[in-house]
Design a protein around this ligand. Structure first.
Ligand code: FAD
Length: 433
């Protein structure tokens, strides 16, 4: 019987190879890569595009390099997204590192595209690749047979509920993933939110370089974006959120006043959009696969926005997951094995940056030892550029923060002062994946 307790339209069993829930960075990229390999893909999202979301949007060079490889980067630049090649990192106390991002896979600039633009480009790419994309489609339930997920139920508000089935349902539905909740995906390496973030857009704040500031209890980022606007972002400790709420604008502007002449420059421009503030910044890994389901992007790993790595991680995760699914559903490897391998690969790729992000998000004052190291880096242009390569995720952090780097930068005299990097999350990942 088809109509039971609600009006249901069933479109046919196994109509799709893959259903992707959520069609922004992770979901639309995964859908594109799968559809380009001839898979029957349905991607759904509860919003319609172009759509903004609460997120600033520095796309690190490795993320831009993925778009380049997929033939999509030109669309961002053609839409006027300014490239950022130089970055100035002011650590406080007069210590400033000024350098270039090194080129990586043919890309030498960070981009900071508005999400209305980036996400629409990705959704268009998914459609062009042959994926069916349904907007304004909210998934309310997953369907299952035994312990295997078989499809989704949902639809547009006020329209009949639709059931769609597939060999695999992918949750690309963000940090509060409905799919992860429905399958009970296990969490690990979880940490409570450390910071809240506020950002806005300013006109009349010209500049082609990125600016980063560290102050005790604050991190600030300034990056040019589309339409001649500049995005100015502030991270502050969660412990201050309750008191800051009374005057979030004042809290934001007072922070900019701690950053050299930034406050003054911002005030001499004009604010183009309202201030967005969010305390919703969880840190966690989720087990990313099970019978008939997988997770990608923030649904699988989410971390504090202070390191601006979420979109780059989501794009890389999409590439890795798509490769695993093509192997699994294409028959060159059992799907469960391919997804297990993907899990290991994902965790290896992100662990170092996740730990570094948690340390950064603590917003602790720079210690004397760290300052000594950073001062030595700042004094050498090649070392500064190497540092930015690690900061941007071009060189894996665990390969940068080594004894070898300490020796090279400081010499043998002071290497015992260097604290090992990546010690923020003491909880280990499950030993067997
Ligand atoms: C304040 C802030 C600043 C940030 N700054 C940066 C930055 O500078 N650089 C960077 O790389 N990252 C940044 N991030 C992180 C970045 O926003 C995320 O990592 C990225 O958006 C993850 O992409 P995603 O596709 O996994 O998830 P999302 O972008 O969250 O997309 C999930 C999609 O799923 C849809 N969805 C959810 N539930 C359902 C449902 N039931 N049915 C249908 N659709 C559903 C949603 O509508 C949404 O479109 C920031 C985050 C925050 C909060």
């Amino acid at each position: 019987m088809v109509l039971q307790w609600e009006e249901t339209v069933t479109m046919g069993a196994g109509r799709y190879d893959v259903i992707v829930v959520g069609a922004r960075v992770a979901g639309a990229a995964t859908a594109t890569l799968l559809a380009r390999q001839g898979m029957r893909v349905l991607a759904v999202d509860r919003v319609s595009f172009p759509s903004d979301t609460v997120s600033s949007h520095q796309l690190q060079i490795p993320g831009a390099a993925l778009l380049h490889r997929w033939g999509l980067l030109d669309r961002l630049t053609a839409a006027g997204t300014p490239p950022v090649r130089r970055v100035r990192f002011d650590v406080g106390g007069g210590l400033v590192m000024d350098g270039q991002f090194p080129a990586y896979e043919g890309v030498d600039a960070l981009l900071s595209p508005r999400r209305t633009l980036l996400d629409s480009i990705l959704v268009d790419a998914a459609r062009e690749a042959g994926a069916e994309v349904r907007e304004n489609f909210r998934v309310t339930q997953l369907t299952s047979s035994g312990d295997r997920i078989t499809g989704i139920r949902g639809g547009a508000r006020g329209r009949p509920v639709v059931t769609e089935t597939a060999s695999l349902v992918i949750g690309a539905d963000g940090k509060r993933s409905m799919v992860a909740g429905a399958v009970g995906a296990r969490r690990y390496r979880e940490r409570a939110a450390l910071t809240f973030a506020s950002y806005s857009y300013w006109a009349g704040l010209p500049g082609t370089a990125g600016e980063l500031y560290l102050r005790p209890g604050r991190a600030v980022a300034v990056f040019p974006t589309n339409d001649d606007l500049t995005m100015v972002y502030v991270a502050a400790p969660m412990t201050e959120f309750a008191s800051a709420r009374a005057d979030l604008d004042g809290h934001y502007l007072r922070t900019l006043d701690l950053c050299g002449d930034l406050g003054e420059r911002v005030r001499s421009g004009s604010r183009a959009e309202r201030l967005r503030t969010t305390p919703d910044q969880p840190n966690m890994f989720r087990w990313p696969h099970g019978p008939g389901w997988a997770l990608v992007g923030d649904a699988g790993v989410v971390m504090d926005s202070v390191s601006a790595q979420g979109m780059t991680s989501a794009l890389r995760d999409a590439e890795y997951l798509a490769a695993a699914i093509i192997a699994g559903l294409g028959g060159s490897q059992p799907l469960d094995t391919a997804l297990r391998d993907h899990h290991r690969r994902r965790d290896r790729a992100i662990r170092g940056m996740y730990d570094f992000t948690l340390r950064l998000a603590a917003l602790s004052p720079v210690t004397a030892r760290e300052r000594r190291f950073l001062a030595a880096v700042a004094a050498d242009q090649q070392e500064t550029d190497r540092f930015f390569a690690a900061f941007a995720g071009i060189v894996p952090l665990e390969k940068y923060f080594t004894l070898g780097t300490a020796l090279r930068v400081l010499g043998t005299r002071t290497i015992r002062d260097i604290r090992p990097a990546g010690a923020a999350s003491s909880e280990r990942a499950p030993s067997r994946i």
